[in-house]
Design a protein around this ligand. Sequence first.
Ligand code: FAE
Length: 565
Amino acid sequence: MSESNRSKSPQGPVFSRRAFLGRSAMTAAAAAGATTVSLSAFSPSARAGWFDKTVPASPHEPTQIASFYTAITVGSGYGSAVTALRLGEAGVSTLMVEMGQLWDQAASDGKVHCDMVSPDARAMWFKDRTEAPVANIMGLPLVDRNIDQYPGVLDTLNYDNMSVYVGRGVGGGSLVNGGMAVVPKREFFEEILPDINADEMYDSWFPLANRMLRVNSVSDAVYNSDYYQFSRRAEACAHKAGFRTADVPNVYDFEYMEAEIAGNAEPSATAGEVIYGNNFGKQSLDKNYIPEALGTGNVTLRTMTRVVGIRQDANGIYRLNLETIDASGSVTERLEVSCQYLFLGAGTMGTTELLMRARDTGTLPDLSDRIGQGWGNNGNFMVSIANPVWNTTGARQSGMPVKGIDNWDDEDAQVFAEIAPFPAGIETFTSLFLAITNNPERGYLTYNPDADRVELNWRADQTQPSFDAAKKVFDRYNKANYSRYRRGLFKGNQPYADFFTYHPLGGCILGEATDYYGRLKGYQNLYAVDGSLLPGNVGVNPFITITALAERNIATVIREDLGLS
Ligand code: FAE
């Protein structure tokens, strides 16, 4: 990586001239199709309502592409964005293909993204109703809304016993996530990936990921504001129960949040924005890696285009079948594009699906039988607690978590429980935690040829280790604080949610389906670059690990496989 291309700012390269050029390229390339259409163009039901609906923008027309690129990256999440930037810097002509849209156009309400309180078509990827993880307020189904189908920003992949949340659009999961940017505990990293040089990771690649993504920590001024009362209260309760708490860094700009709170900037995190996108404040990948990549002049971005098939010619060239869709989801174009080097960054579920389809339908038959194995939910387990009436959590809550209960060193209850907001707009006396637990259970994926998609094989009882560990922590928490478990928030009316994950990991695990740099076994010049490489659980939120590993892997691949520096 060349330092000369980066600004000297400790915040990283976000204000570099190249990023500026990239941002201009991103919008200019798309501008041709930047019109706002009536909802009726893609949803007859939109006309049926008697009140005005927000009309989302029509996605940009996809950029014209050539028939061959030296490299293609599939998807535009963390793994793919890192890979595209480093290839572009090395002078490699690269195409980035993303099935979702570029989120840079305002809808009729003047905003790019909708909030969580009144979600609309922008919220979800072709659904009739939103599917928020916390579906109820005090037992009443007040959260989810009927919406029009549209290529929205959040998707849920619903399998037996598990729903997987993923982001759609340029930036992938970075558009919808809570921004928590956590480096795993070194001991745990060494346990799960013993063959990766931890010195290198902790000395170089994690710091680089933090810099590039502009990770920062909450200031005292912000933490002591009304918007973090929910967090201060839960932290105090945790201490009372004898637990340690830890800071959780974030990619949300806390200087911006301070300005929001002071009324000097458009509110985003403080206005209930997060899982359907943030209009301001958050360093998603469309603010850093991706414009930097486009700014090299060597990377082309094709949006609203899904890779549906991969095969290889006798001469080793990969041929990809692409389908471009419009705002209604109809296929408007089918095309083929080829490359010498193919990098799969379609996310854990997307990458594994593409590879399993290719292996099982015989277009890439020599792929490893380890593909699809070792899937984990990163031990995700959500818990809701009812506080006594004197322990108010506040009606105003920031969407970005910044603290967690750190009980990871307790072998009987290995839990890192982030104090999550519950921005209902009213006092709810509720504390919410997204616990990451050390769950050794693993599921596996199988390709269903009739449905042409992968299925997740995950039994309901596989979340038992997470339940047991979280129960130990929160029984103790409740006992010390006169609090109790709160029902009435989650589907099924349990005080916990073990039926969804934000952190799907595995399926193409490093050293199993690939070598230790993500090279897929059985083929040359074919790579996995995303969350599918991680062995099911990293003990913390995963995007920093995905980013750092992608940086590490592509540096070696560019040097050894492409013969460049
Ligand atoms: P990912 O970001 O999922 O990107 C994959 C991209 O590929 C997507 O844009 C897809 O649309 C696209 N794609 C898929 N299939 C195709 C195809 N066939 N053709 C073309 N494009 C395709 O991949 N993690 C944290 O570390 N901290 C958090 O606070 C956090 N909060 C989260 C909150 C929510 C609601 C969600 C959903 C996730 C959260 N995560 C969080 C998880 C994190 O966002 C996720 O691990 C990463 O985004 C995964 O990065 P990948 O590079 O694997």
